[in-house]
Design a binder for this molecule. Structure first.
Ligand code: NAI
Length: 681
């Protein structure tokens, strides 16, 4: 392979490891060899490193992780030292992305030139790490501590256009990247070579910026060690460069094996697995261009927005004109506010809205490749809707229901083509939440499932395959968890004890705050519907029913488990609720004992783990890790704790088994014990 091409006095070194120039051993070797050759060539005055259209370099090579090649020389840090000490100016020409180690390469060059559309960032924090090859030391020296902290703590890439005046780039150009980079290298050759390491930061300014950033961390960030480590590493820019570099390295190496970083790596991997159908269920997806959504309520409008954003045509159908107009308005308002906030170009929003057609005429369904209903959660209503869908949808159309709990087969049975029916369970708000449970009915064809998964991917979501069981994966686990949390109220905890224990480990919200937010009446209605079939020997906590009887339906009625003043939750439960809870304990003959945060967490997690084992045994989940993806993406489980299955795998097996015995005693009649071996082995 040629090491470089010479353009006049500049050696142009092309990084050539498609698709994204990940920093494999071969590429690292190539950079060093090219530098050595260019340095030795008297006709060369400067060097330009350029990637491909997509990427300057997207960072470390994940396929090398944990293999000897990752540590084979030259290691990344050696490449960077070589770049920095090159006697001729080296300029990074960034056309696509420069991320993580890729940006660290660019930071070690003497100059940087980028296309306006290039994107640069240090995403390590999203994997529970910090940049480990000088990113925390060189970036602040170039762009200032505040901007560097923003980039390191958010992990989000920024466009070169937005960073044009930051000090990161010598030039940001619209086109002719290589020419601009060559001109930059020639310019730099005339003077002492600028190196990030030679700039000394102002110690007081560093301290102030770091403390301000620390104060801005939110509660969930504070729980993750990588945020503290990132602040500490950036604070070390006040030290001499090599000391700062050593500090960064030590912090990085400490994070790599941490539970949180392992959990985030695990999530990264299992999310990619979850969206693939196992071979037994896989088929070829059918073409998708036009989607019909029935019901223009909360979910229907969200699903419609999501499909419009993905470039699909949408037919939105309702039963009455007023509801249709409200749905149309909700979608219009969404696009207006996106444009007003500068998040979407007016032309893009206009084009999305132009793909939307609203109608009251069922005959319009004949034009759809996929029909999804999001009407009221009532089996009879859904069956009636599916009879109409069956009458109008064309042959070969995929028919989907967004039901949260209902039996897919009972819905499919209303049609003459149950093999074309599946569940597509979106989460609210449907245009924001990434999870979609793709539910397989008894007769669903493989290609119908594949089309459901494909729709999920087209909508930039995370589709996860589930079997048809009450609550599918997510709500089934959530119900077991919520039920366990209700037991804890009877056993001695207050709602705030439970909620705080769980938010204290990183849950987005506690179960009682969630219940108040979604409204207690939904659960109340379901509990009443199930009352006749409930086994009286089962442990049943009546607190929610009593709250509803008092008109405490949650946040919308001003009170639920908590009281709300000016729309804000009052921190502790009031006397009325405490009295109700104490009555429930007394009725069950329980002597209340306070529960520690740790006891609360373990009981809540164990309830999830047991249900996860049952779901796996029943085939509702096909992979244990899918359960973790569902809980993290749909239920606010802290991503950096990996999910209930990941958690269980971190525990002592014997302790878990023993605690499950305890759980059986707590739950009592009707408890079914899951087989941990399915999850852990
Ligand atoms: P919603 O009450 O906001 O909207 C339902 C819409 O369907 C209404 O506009 C109604 O006019 C329309 N509709 C009712 N019967 C109809 C019929 N026969 N033909 C045409 N349109 C009809 O309800 P939401 O919250 O959007 O829920 C819809 C479905 O999505 C339910 O099955 C629900 O379980 C499910 N779901 C709801 C979630 C949520 O958080 N709200 C989350 C996930 C699923």
């Amino acid at each position: 392979m040629t090491l470089f091409q010479r353009l006049d006095a500049i050696a142009v070194v092309t990084l050539d490891h498609p698709p994204v120039n990940s920093l494999s051993h071969a590429l690292r070797r190539h950079i060093v060899d090219a530098l050595t050759a260019a340095e030795a060539d008297p006709a060369v005055q400067g060097i330009v490193l350029v990637g491909n259209d997509k990427a300057f370099s997207a960072g470390a090579d994940v396929t090398e992780m944990g293999t000897p090649r990752q540590l084979a020389e030259p290691m990344l840090t050696q490449v960077l030292a070589r770049l920095e000490s090159c006697r001729k100016p080296v300029v990074a020409a960034i056309g696509g992305v420069a991320l993580g180690g890729g940006l660290e390469v660019a930071l070690s060059c003497h100059g940087r030139v980028a296309l306006e559309r290039a994107r640069v960032g240090l995403p390590e924090i999203t994997l529970g790490l910090i940049p480990g090859a000088g990113g925390t030391q060189r970036l602040p020296r170039l762009v200032g501590v505040a901007t560097a902290l923003d980039m390191i703590l958010s992990g989000q890439p920024r466009s070169a256009r937005a960073l044009a005046d930051s000090g990161l780039f010598d030039a940001v150009v619209a086109d002719d990247l290589v020419a601009a980079a060559c001109a930059c290298a020639s310019r730099l050759a005339a003077a002492p070579l600028p190196r990030a390491r030679d700039r000394q930061a102002d110690a007081a300014a560093v301290r102030t910026a770091v403390e301000q950033a620390r104060a801005r961390l939110n509660a969930r960030q504070r729980l993750q060690p990588a945020y503290g480590a990132a602040l500490e590493a950036v604070a070390a820019t006040a030290l001499p460069f090599d000391d700062g570099l050593a500090r960064e390295r030590a912090l990085f190496l400490e994070l790599v094996p941490s539970r949180q970083a392992r959990a985030l790596r695990y999530q990264f991997k299992v999310e990619r697995e979850a969206v693939k159908l196992p071979a037994d269920f896989d088929g070829a997806p059918r073409p998708l261009q036009r989607v019909a959504v029935i019901g223009a309520g909360t979910m229907g409008s969200g699903i419609a927005i999501s499909a419009l954003d993905a470039g699909l045509e949408v037919i939105l159908l309702e039963q009455d004109g007023a509801a249709l107009a409200r749905g149309r308005e909700r979608i219009g308002e969404h696009y207006r506010s996106r444009v007003a906030a500068g998040k979407m170009a007016a032309a893009v929003a206009g084009a999305a809205e132009a793909r939307l057609r609203t109608t009251l005429d069922w005959a319009a369904l004949a034009e759809a490749d996929l029909v999804i209903e999001a009407v009221f959660e009532d089996l009879a209503v859904k069956q009636e809707v599916f009879r109409k869908i069956d009458a109008h949808a064309r042959a070969g159309a995929v028919l989907a229901t967004n039901t949260s709990y209902l039996d897919i087969d009972a819905i499919a049975g209303a049609t003459a083509r149950p093999q074309e029916v599946l569940g597509l369970h979106f989460f609210s708000p449907a245009n924001v939440m990434k999870l979609v449970e793709v539910v397989r009915g008894a007769r669903t064809r493989a290609e119908v499932l594949a089309t459901g998964m494909e729709l999920g991917r087209r909508l930039k979501k995370l589709p996860v395959l589930c079997g048809n069981a009450f609550g599918f994966i997510g709500n089934r686990i959530y119900n077991a968890y919520r039920r366990q949390c209700e037991f804890m109220l009877e056993d001695g905890a207050w709602p705030e004890d439970v909620d705080q224990a769980l938010t204290g480990m990183g849950f987005a919200m506690g179960p009682f705050a969630v219940a108040d937010l979604s409204g207690l009446d939904i659960a109340w209605r379901m509990r009443k519907a199930q009352a006749a079939s409930r086994d009286p020997r089962e442990r049943y906590v009546p607190i929610l029913d009593r709250l509803c009887e008092l008109g405490r339906l949650g946040r919308k009625s001003g009170a639920g488990y908590y009281a709300y003043a000016d729309g804000k939750q009052v921190a502790t439960t009031d006397d009325t609720v405490r009295a109700l809870i104490m009555q429930a304990s007394a009725a069950r003959g329980i002597e209340r004992r306070p529960l520690s945060a740790e006891q609360i967490r373990r009981r809540a997690l164990l309830a999830m783990v047991n249900e996860a084992a049952l779901l796996l045994a029943e085939g509702v989940a096909v992979r244990a890790s899918d359960i973790d993806v569902v809980l993290v993406q749909g239920y606010g489980f802290p991503r950096w704790e990996g999910g209930p299955v990941f958690w269980a795998r971190e525990q002592e097996r014997a302790t878990l088994e023993q605690e499950l015995e305890g759980l059986a005693a707590i739950v009592g009649h009707g408890f079914v014990r899951g087989d941990l071996a399915l999850l852990l082995d």
